[in-house]
Ligand binder design. Structure first.
Ligand SMILES: Nc1ncnc2c1ncn2[C@@H]1O[C@H](COP(=O)(O)OP(=O)(O)OP(=O)(O)O)[C@@H](O)[C@H]1O
Ligand SMILES: [Mg+2]
Length: 267
């Protein structure tokens, strides 16, 4: 089957970070759900082969099924259809992936899955700047990269490297999300536990929009652990509002100006 995402109208957002543990998967999951809540059809690929976590975060326990033609039917939760390396690997077994295997797996996720024609395809990228970026650029040349960073300068420098890698393979950068920006205590006081300014600095350095800041919130962690994304379980929380606003910014304010017109295709 051909890869439907090279020509269709689906907007592709690849969420990347320079280093691990910055909350990339949590942000990706909640962003996907927020887009679905806003009425968009959303597909997601958890391409983080080492740290696949989206099935748990979305609360999907059942693996994909297959239709009569052998196409893989992705399971769905909270309006998001998901394919993850986690469906094909055992959680307690290490998986050794070489570059070509990653490349092949990503290709199969794009071509062998009955995705339909979603408005959005959100990809949780593995940390780092290596092989998968090159594969992404090859299979999804229209993908826009969203860079997640934490506020401290050290994280921002590493995130910058991931962004430069994206540019090297000709992927556009949609903007920067700063996660873990502050913690608001029960008395309403804000604590900037990881410093401040990294996200804004990175966005300025890359000359891309700052998409938003997501505070630290225990309910976000709890929701990620038990499959209830915070944008659904606690939509009035600061973190949920921040992520919903980011989804709005991406889908409305920063919507691509180029209009897809299949009848205008040059062959
Ligand atoms: N804004 C936040 N508030 C509270 N906890 C958070 C927040 N963002 C992330 N976390 C928690 O931090 C941990 C790391 O987050 P997550 O797994 O999303 O990061 P990651 O960048 O995808 O990591 P990895 O590199 O391992 O894939 C998780 O336990 C998650 O629940
Ligand atoms: Mg992750």
């Amino acid at each position: 089957m051909p890869n439907p995402f090279t020509e269709n109208r689906t907007r592709i957002l690849a969420v990347a970070s320079g280093k691990g543990g910055v909350g990339k998967s949590s942000v990706t999951t909640n962003l996907a759900v927020a887009l679905a809540q806003a009425g968009h059809s959303v597909a997601a690929i958890d391409a983080d082969v080492w740290g696949f976590s989206m099935p748990r975060m979305l609360g999907i326990a059942e693996p994909p099924t297959q239709d009569a033609d052998g196409a893989i039917i992705p399971p769905e939760a909270h309006g998001v259809k998901l394919i993850s390396m986690g469906f094909f690997a055992r959680e307690d077994q290490p998986v050794v992936w070489r570059g070509p295997m990653l490349h092949k797996a990503l290709e199969q996720f794009l071509t062998d899955v009955a995705w339909g024609d979603p408005d959005y395809l959100i990809v949780d990228m593995p940390p780092g700047t290596g092989d998968i970026s090159i594969s992404m650029a090859q299979f999804l040349p229209r993908a826009e990269v969203v860079v997640v960073t934490t506020p401290q300068p050290a994280a921002q420098k590493v995130a910058q490297r991931a962004a430069y890698m994206s540019r090297k393979v000709n992927l556009a950068i949609a903007g920067v999300i700063e996660n873990m920006s502050w913690f608001t205590c029960e008395h309403g006081e804000r604590y900037e536990l990881f410093g401040a300014g990294g996200g804004a600095q990175l966005a300025a350095d890359l000359e891309v929009p700052m998409l938003g800041q997501v505070p630290l919130e225990p309910a976000l962690r709890a929701g990620a652990d038990d499959g209830h994304p915070i944008v659904i379980s606690d939509p009035d929380s600061e973190a949920a509002k921040a992520i919903t606003a980011i989804a709005h910014k991406l889908s409305v304010e920063l919507a691509p100006t180029r209009i897809y017109r299949p009848e205008l295709k040059i062959i």
